[in-house]
Write a protein that binds this ligand. Structure first.
Ligand code: GRF
Length: 199
């Protein structure tokens, strides 16, 4: 099985995935890292690990449709089986998602279905929740709403700041994302409606 990881930023999840794959905890090839930000640190991590990279900058294209067509072509050429979104800051179109139906995973830094959107950590912290944590889910047309694969609880401590809470959440992300990916690779995730059964 061949995986493509999509990133736009620092790529700490990408690093956790690379490390897990190197240890043999993810038994699949990391075939490609796709980024829409040409100088993001995630690309440096990929290059260091010897993974091919593919940069698609928004400004070089007329429309989202065009960008996605180019990405899809590349994914097909590279025979990618699974797409892993790891801090990829662009929404994918319904057409794109349907061409990799039930083969796209995402990680969100809050316990879905609470605190969807781009500020999951801040929103949960400001809301005063006592427990939050990351969610790995399948990507569907509706943002942050696909079937949930794994979640990890993170307690919010009295003296937590948004930054210390973010650190604790990221630590859990780096554990559950590789685990969820390996479950997918092993064919152990069965989607039944809204639920994911782990076989
Ligand atoms: C993570 O917090 C993830 O939950 C969210 O984007 C962030 C990516 O961080 N989707 P990194 O680039 O993996 O460090």
């Amino acid at each position: 099985m061949k995986i493509a990881v999509f990133c736009s930023g620092s790529g700490t999840n990408l690093q956790a995935i690379i490390d897990s794959q190197k240890r043999g905890d993810i038994k699949a090839d990391l075939g490609l890292v796709v980024s829409d930000v040409k100088d993001c640190f995630a690309l440096r991590r990929a290059e260091k690990a010897g993974i091919r990279t593919f940069v698609v900058e928004r400004k070089a294209f007329k429309s989202k449709k065009e960008i996605e067509a180019v990405i899809l072509k590349k994914l097909k050429e590279e025979k990618i089986d699974l797409i892993v979104l790891a801090g990829y800051m662009r929404l994918l179109s319904a057409d794109f998602i349907n061409s990799y139906k039930n083969k796209i995973l995402n990680i969100h830094p809050a316990l879905l279905p609470s605190f969807k959107g781009t500020h999951g950590i801040k929103d949960a912290f400001e809301c005063g929740v006592k427990v939050t944590g990351p969610t790995v889910h399948f990507v569907t047309e509706d943002m942050d709403a696909g079937p949930i694969v794994l979640q990890a609880p993170v307690m919010v401590m009295e003296d937590d700041t948004e930054e210390t809470l973010a650190e604790a959440i990221h630590k859990e992300e780096h554990k559950i994302y590789p685990r969820a990916i390996q479950l997918f690779v092993e064919g152990k995730l069965k989607i039944e409606g809204r639920k994911v059964r782990i076989m």
